[in-house]
Design a protein. Structure first.
Length: 233
């Protein structure tokens, strides 16, 4: 009986693995399909592009609601993003892998310390880093401590990035996830680099990063001809 139970458990595990792999492939195709129907415009990205070309390391930070088309911001060599150990995190990790993006597993809610250690290891191997500071479950627009700790430990400056679309849907999720619609112009705004000194107060640093992310989003909304709270449906 034990052998039969073990076989069934293995079959369920393989089935779940296959389903996640297929979902990730479908999600990647959907992202590429959306990208093919929209125009991308970048604002304030000169320093980001210079650092990418020079191989100067940095940390990308963006609100979770802007995740969908963020793979198209990065043009450097290697980047690793912190992703939750949850089932949803597994799907995200497998999806971004289709875009050449590495994942370190952990979050503010599950395995955060382990995930941060893995990201720091990646940084020593020459990777840039990426965070959704309010992910994976919020509260929306509140910077969790991981990105600040990583910036202080590595010395990498944070590049705050936000986007807005001239036409979009906002999902009824905790973060009002943004999905650009066909024909939209998607505007990305890169804010001023934010270095976090080792002695800086973490709460003050988190507040400053949130301010810069919100400022970048407000500017992106202006480029898109939208106002906060009115864009999308």
């Amino acid at each position: 009986m034990t052998g039969v139970a073990g076989t069934r458990a293995a079959d369920r595990s393989e089935g779940s693995e296959l389903a996640t792999r297929m979902l990730a492939g479908t999600a990647a195709l959907l992202i590429r399909a959306i990208r093919a129907t929209v125009r991308l415009r970048f604002h304030g990205a000169e320093e980001l592009r210079r650092r990418e070309a020079a191989g100067e390391r940095f940390i990308l930070a963006f609100w979770h609601r802007h995740l969908l088309l963020m793979p198209y911001v990065y043009r450097g060599q290697r980047i690793s993003v912190l992703v939750s150990r949850s089932r949803d995190g597994e799907l995200i990790a497998r999806t971004v892998a289709h875009f050449g993006i590495d994942s370190a597993r952990g979050s503010s809610s599950r395995g955060g310390a382990a995930g941060l250690r893995e990201l720091l290891r990646r940084s020593r191997e020459g990777y840039d880093l990426a965070f959704t500071p309010d992910g994976p479950r919020g509260p929306a627009g509140i910077v969790q401590p991981g990105v600040i700790a990583a910036a202080a430990a590595t010395g990498f400056p944070i590049v705050p990035v936000a986007l807005a679309a001239s036409r979009c849907r906002r999902l009824r999720s905790w973060d009002r996830f943004v999905v650009p619609l066909p024909g939209a112009c998607v505007h990305y705004v890169c804010g001023e680099l934010f270095p976090v000194a080792r002695g800086m107060d973490p709460a003050a640093a988190a507040g400053e990063l949130a301010r810069r992310l919100d400022g970048a989003e407000a500017e992106a909304l202006r480029y898109a001809g939208q106002t906060a709270g009115e864009e999308g449906t």
